[in-house]
Design a protein around this ligand. Sequence first.
Ligand SMILES: Nc1ncnc2c1ncn2[C@@H]1O[C@H](COP(=O)(O)OP(=O)(O)O)[C@@H](O)[C@H]1O
Ligand SMILES: [Mg+2]
Length: 478
Amino acid sequence: MNTTYTPVDTERTVLYVSNSPDQDLTRFLAASGWQAVHAKSTAIAERMIERGNIKVGLVELPSDCTSRHLSALASCMRRVETNWVAQIAPGQSENELVSRFILDYCFDFVTRPWLNERLVFALGHAHGLSSLRHPPVAPEPSLGQHGMVGQCEAMQQLYRRIDKCGVTEAPVFVAGESGTGKELTARAIHERSPRAGRAFVAINCAAIPPSLLQAELFGHERGAFTGALQRKIGRIESANEGTLFLDEIGDMPHECQAVLLRFLQEGTIERLGGSGSINVDVRVISATHVDLDKAVEDGRFRADLYHRLCVLRLVEPPLRERGGDIKLLANYALSMYRQDGARKLRGLSSDAIVAMSNYSWPGNVRELINCVRRAVVMSEGRFITASDLGLPEADNGPAVTLAEIRSKAEKDAIEHALQRHGYKLSEAAAELGISRATLYRLMHANRLHQEPAAGRASSANGGTDADEEAERQAPSLV
Ligand SMILES: Nc1ncnc2c1ncn2[C@@H]1O[C@H](COP(=O)(O)OP(=O)(O)O)[C@@H](O)[C@H]1O
Ligand SMILES: [Mg+2]
């Protein structure tokens, strides 16, 4: 029997984990065309799995196995590349620990006596299905250089604009629905600016009672008002030399707007109850989910403050317009919270992805992350299914025609293929089963670019409706 760790020819190889290997079993497997590689401990098995591409494992559960034993086995059986077949003694499946273990970690099980066709069938089946997985396993999505997950055209456009905002000192206003990543955008701008490394101070104007907001922003001297027992430095002052992020600025009370405007015009602040003005060097980024233009029209927001804040304007795309990013974000959320689940989760089922793509996500990325997190805890199988997500079945959005569905599917498929092949047109075209010229034509028709944002200086043809909207509305746009 082979007991070394060197990677073996993985075709028809089975990793046999048992602390007392059965020689008859090994001979029987060899006669049936299987090479058994023995690991007498879980640590050895783990190393073998790491080194070689092991498709099938055979694990013998001792008749007196404890939950400690099972969790040691589970830790080496977590990897998705290997399908496991368990060997158990008659009656052992009635032990709840054992049956739960098999359900969670094994592809199949055989009961003693096991030197028979049933074992060969189970191994063959496990091997066959494991071979369908595409090696290497796709890397888990991670936060890109802007601290966000997302590769769709609308996000690429946002990244380019963030980069441009980073090199200037002008105030930036970030518009977008709740949960779309406005704060992440503000941080990304700060990180790209010469102020990176200095303070990034965020304040949520909607979360602080209106009567306290001014003191929170500007600070106060001792005795400035009842309860002001000592001097307090305000958020603006503590952001000196750095960036101040005024979140939910649309909810700022009128009197506070007036004081903020004075600060933006003069670059000085006065603490409440203080007697002199203090110079503060702060770059301001603001955001809100409310329609600020409408708030100005209705007289709820000062027009002069609006113009001071919205020198540059960015618009966060809502999640429902991000196409394949929904899947990327869901996998990202899964990778963050995978450990919260009681059992080994292999991923999201395709019906879960479809359900997520059809849902309109009023709470955007925040809602999607919470939804996946909840499903990780509540799911009972090895994949998160649509029903684990608990999303409403049909969302009563506007009716879509078949032509619209087709063209959206076409655009998504092209975009995904381009991303998967690093924007190599020939490879993406081959995967899609079309010629390079056809791909080029379809990309043009769908306003898709030939390379990701980093390689492009401007967006000649690109841009979503949201971008165009932004271009029209922005007082001055980067
Ligand atoms: N593109 C993204 N990639 C990864 N996480 C994101 C992304 N967009 C938003 N999030 C996460 O979603 C939540 C809401 O983001 P946030 O910036 O607070 O949104 P907003 O300020 O627009 O309400 C945060 O937990 C944030 O980390
Ligand atoms: Mg926010």
